[in-house]
Write a protein that binds this ligand. Structure first.
Ligand SMILES: [Fe+2]
Length: 497
């Protein structure tokens, strides 16, 4: 596709871009999502809305309408609850997303970060609060394109959240994270690990459940294009080293096992063309780019990384990884390409690489584990890097009458191969699931899943609390809001200590 056509399509179609949310622009089951990626379709597919529901406008970027549209900062303490929130739950559920103050942004993921938090105390919903992350661009009233380049404190901190060493951090794709207060979602400030973070912190760190160490990375378009970092359980950044990669590509996520770090590099290439840079999204698919998976020792050295070629792919999100003898098993949400002639983003399927590390050269076997279009994976984080049976994902409707949207939730059982889906239909939509164990000693999968839900008929949202073992039953409790929580990206539950 010509670049100009590419850019025009980005502006007005229902194309989903994965930098922030890491989503696959996929359509309903049976549609291959080709031909330009996830717009609202033709007239026959226009919304079948009730008169009170504002219809989808195909001439407006999808991220500026419906439940993508920006909202104001809000405080609510008088919360209506239906069903029963488990009394064992005390903590904060928070999720970040893109919320441009003007209501307009170059893309969905290029708005200022806004955090939506719901405080629960012994099963009682205490408050809902939404707050902008007080980033430098937000305080300056600027967009990223107003700066020479993003980085350091110049990022929108709108992608994901982590709680480590007592710090609650909001992260963007590049730059430093911002520390927030879990008490009220106020911003403490940009956090550079006491001056030790020389490169960036990309939004999907992994906390090793055995050691408490946080493993993460940052990527960039110039050397070092990829840097691996380790922070101790007390938060000290003790290890940073570059990882040699042949080209600047989008690397949104990675994986760890109890002894390995796994990077994957797809041919979604960074290009310095002014026209692309102006979009804020300077990435394009390149058939000549790398498609490979690298395995290195956990903790380094990165010089020992070994790579193996795989079929051309893009995978925004890893599901998990683990060791099985000499094999490193990596599950990702894989699509066959992205931002190329086949479409900007194609449907993503839970897939697996089994990488044999025993020989002088790595070898790999690839397989697809599910035919459900899904992304935004969540596992029991007490088992990061270890074998897991259960996972929870968001299903996606890329060509529905409302344009590209999240759809429902899916419980993936890797042992049985069974999917357990909650698909509420086009008038209600889910967001990223977050799994909360029923207790410190609870078995894997025993507990609850939280997700922000959107009711199109009332144009309001609720926090849904699901039985993690029975997702198809729907939420067992809802905390209902009189406002919307726009579709966003990643969140977490911070239990009280
Ligand atoms: Fe992501």
């Amino acid at each position: 596709m010509e670049r100009r056509a590419f850019l025009r399509a980005l502006g007005t179609s229902g194309v989903a871009l994965g930098l922030g949310g890491g989503l696959a622009a996929c359509s309903g089951d049976g549609d291959d999502g080709r031909g330009g990626g996830g717009s609202g379709g033709g007239d026959a597919a226009r919304p079948r809305a009730a008169a009170s529901v504002k219809p989808y406008d195909p001439d407006v970027p999808f991220w500026e309408q419906g439940n993508y549209a920006s909202v104001e900062e809000t405080d609510i303490t008088d919360l209506e609850v239906t069903g029963s929130i488990p009394p064992d739950l005390t903590g904060l559920y928070a999720r970040v997303g893109s919320n441009p103050p003007t209501g307009k942004a170059a893309f969905w993921f290029l708005g200022d970060g806004m955090v939506h938090g719901l405080r629960i105390d012994r099963g009682k919903a205490q408050w809902y609060r939404s707050r902008y992350v007080q980033t430098t661009p937000h305080k300056d009233g600027k967009e990223l394109s107003d700066y020479t380049a993003p980085g350091h404190d110049v990022n929108q901190s709108n992608v994901a959240m982590v709680h480590h060493a007592g710090r609650f951090l909001s992260m963007g794709e590049v730059g430093w994270p911002y520390e927030l207060s879990p008490a009220d979602l106020s911003t403490v400030g940009a956090y550079d690990f006491d001056g030790k973070l020389a490169t960036w912190m990309t939004a999907h760190p992994k906390i090793d459940p055995a050691t408490g160490r946080m493993h993460f990375f940052g990527y960039w378009f110039a050397d070092p294009m990829l840097t691996y970092h380790v922070a101790e359980p007390d938060g000290r950044l003790v290890h940073s080293e570059p990882v040699d990669v042949p080209a600047a590509t989008m690397i949104h996520d990675f994986a760890v096992t109890d002894r390995d770090v796994v990077f994957w590099q797809a041919p979604v290439m960074f290009e310095l063309e002014p026209e692309l840079l102006a979009t804020g999204f300077p990435f394009v698919w390149d058939d000549n780019g790398p498609s490979r998976v690298g395995v290195m020792p956990l903790g380094g050295p990165a010089s020992e990384i070994r790579w193996v070629e795989v079929e051309p792919f893009m995978a925004f999100h890893g599901f998990n990884a683990h060791r099985d003898g000499d094999e490193v098993v990596v599950q990702v949400h894989k699509q066959t390409s992205a931002f190329g002639p086949e479409g900007y983003l194609l449907p993503s399927y839970l897939s697996e690489w089994r990488i044999d590390t025993s020989g002088p050269q790595l070898t790999v076997k690839e397989s697809q584990l599910s035919d459900v279009y899904q992304d935004m994976p969540m596992i029991d984080r007490r088992l990061v890097g270890r074998p897991v049976r259960h996972g929870w994902c968001t299903t996606v409707d890329g060509k529905g009458p409302w344009g590209f949207e999240f759809a429902g939730l899916n419980h993936v059982d890797l042992q049985s191969g069974r999917d357990d889906r909650w698909e509420p239909g086009e008038m209600e939509r889910a967001g990223e699931p977050f799994y909360i164990p029923a207790g410190a000693d609870a078995a894997e999968g025993e507990g609850w899943v939280m997700s922000w839900l959107y009711d199109r008929t009332t144009d309001t949202s609720s926090l849904g609390v699901f039985d993690a073992g029975d997702i198809a039953a729907g939420p067992t409790a809802r905390v209902k809001l009189p406002v919307r929580v726009p579709y966003g990206f990643h969140g977490l539950w911070i239990p009280d200590a």
